[in-house]
Design a protein around this ligand. Sequence first.
Ligand code: TXA
Ligand code: MG
Length: 321
Amino acid sequence: MQTIVSGNIKIAADLLERGEIIAMPTETVYGLAGNIFNEEAIKMIFELKKRPLFNPLIVHIPSIDTLEDIVEEIPIKAKNLADVFWPGPLTLILKKKSTVPDLVTAGKDTVAVRIPNHPLTLQLLEKLDFPLAAPSANPFGSISPTTPSHVFGYFSGKLPMVLDGGDCERGIESTIIGFEGEDPIVYRLGSIALEEIEEVVGPVKVRNKKESAPTAPGMLSRHYAPDTPTYMVEDVSQFIAQNPNMKIGVIIFKEPLQVTENIHQVVLSESGDLKEATSRLYAVLHYLDGMDLDLIVAERFPNEGLGKSINDRLERATKKK
Ligand code: TXA
Ligand code: MG
């Protein structure tokens, strides 16, 4: 199969209407999208990603009016969050209507849903008369894609189309929020900082990693991982000193280190802007992973705002030191 990379939403819509799956841009990461009502398409998404069937997909909708087609009840705080953050990188887990196929939700009685904030994908969703299920467009366990060429590298020849919407603006996945009755719980840290969520709904609990691994504990902890052995440490200079004669890729937040030529250093944001650092994180991991290095080491980020989301992803991508 030949994979076209194009920004033409007419072609994208035709393919999806015929039950094909395509890669689509969002403001967070690229997704592998298919019609939620087409069983073959949804099965193909799981197969292509090599994703276990117990791990449910996120449903993407074009507008808040379409929310009631797929969910039963909307807690007040969910409504407040949706009003503030949609379209945007917020995923809500809500009681599903029976019309949402069990394959999409892995048999759960809840569905994960969001309105993505990307102009091409919003136009595409408006054009279609069904929502799109879309997990991140990476093989299970690999780094999520934030550019068309990342997706092409993973799935060229296996997909008819990558809808080209340029580089993803946010660069890590959406923040996922579920509910226990009326109480919001963060299931996954992401593109919206915890503090921004709390400004809208007050203090929220964050589910710990063990609880959030769906069904098979431990199975999903190593995730978002480069092939090169990757570490996160407090003191990068010390790590370099402890690993002499190694080619090392170094990910630094803002202040570059003095390094020798076997060290390949990338600074994520010289101005110390966590949003900029977040938007570049995966692209830098992809880049360093392609450089044939012995090791990659990232500095632990400040544990505030998006720094928490970055540390969460690095923890999942890395080995402990
Ligand atoms: O930014 C994003 O959220 C991207 C873009 C493409 O929208 N999508 C994404 O999807 O990250 P994925 O499949 O890689 O991650 C979705 C997460 C999974 O960890 C899954 O277990 C969880 O959402 N999830 C989905 N439905 C759920 C449900 N009903 N209850 C609990 N967790 C759910
Ligand atoms: Mg993913």
